[in-house]
Write a protein that binds this ligand. Structure first.
Ligand code: MN
Length: 209
């Protein structure tokens, strides 16, 4: 890519492991890729799990949502790549449109790709995805730690029956605290603190209905 990072100077002056200042979206060299989990109250309630790979968000629909319990295997059905800016989308998709319903940003942050080959060498994340197995460490406000996504049905770029599992890795020193999976109707946006209901009500108010 010949793309020049407009925040090169800004990034160069800061250590984002030490400062709480925003890293910015343009992803300068050394910036970790982003992830986002949205809750989408469409015809069926689901979570949308998205990982930045290059300049798109690779996306899966996770009906039950990601679990912090390593014993839970969560179905994750691939959906189309989304633009990076989608990470910030929270609001109401009009009824009758594709995905019509309310969306909140439940969690977001960065992730570190962890996939290695059998000899322990790091594998490019997009190649590991093509092969159907990736591991990564999430650094979110809510989700933290290692997760794996594994294709168990269908082929890459696949047909309708392609399906993956999203599973939390077993790790030393992690303790269970509270629910392993949020209740989507009570969960709050990491961006705005609002519930699905509040976002929907405010959008209605803005429409003057
Ligand atoms: Mn969705």
């Amino acid at each position: 890519m010949t793309y020049k990072d407009p925040l090169l100077t800004y990034h160069g002056k800061r250590d984002f492991g030490r400062t709480g200042e925003p890293r910015g979206r343009s992803g300068g060299s050394g910036a970790e890729p982003r992830f986002v989990v949205q809750i989408h109250d469409a015809s069926t309630m689901h979570f949308d799990f998205r990982l930045q790979v290059g300049d798109v968000l690779k996306s899966w629909s996770v009906p039950k949502g990601p679990s912090t319990d390593p014993g839970d295997k969560r179905l994750a059905v691939p959906t189309e790549d989304h633009p990076l800016e989608y990470e910030e989308f929270e609001g109401v998709i009009p009824e009758g449109e594709y995905g019509g319903g309310t969306v909140i940003v439940w969690d977001h942050g960065t992730y570190r790709p962890l996939s290695h080959d059998r000899r322990g060498r790091p594998v490019p994340f997009d190649e590991a995805l093509d092969r159907g197995h990736v591991t990564f460490r999430l650094h979110g406000a809510k989700l933290r730690g290692e997760y794996a996504l594994t294709r168990f049905r269908g082929d890459a770029g696949g047909g309708k029956d392609e399906a993956w599992l999203l599973v939390k890795a077993r790790e030393e020193g992690t303790r269970k605290a509270g629910r392993a999976t949020p209740d989507p109707r009570r969960a709050r946006s990491v961006r705005s603190g609002r519930t699905l209901h509040q976002v929907a009500a405010e959008a209605q108010g803005a429409d003057g209905r």
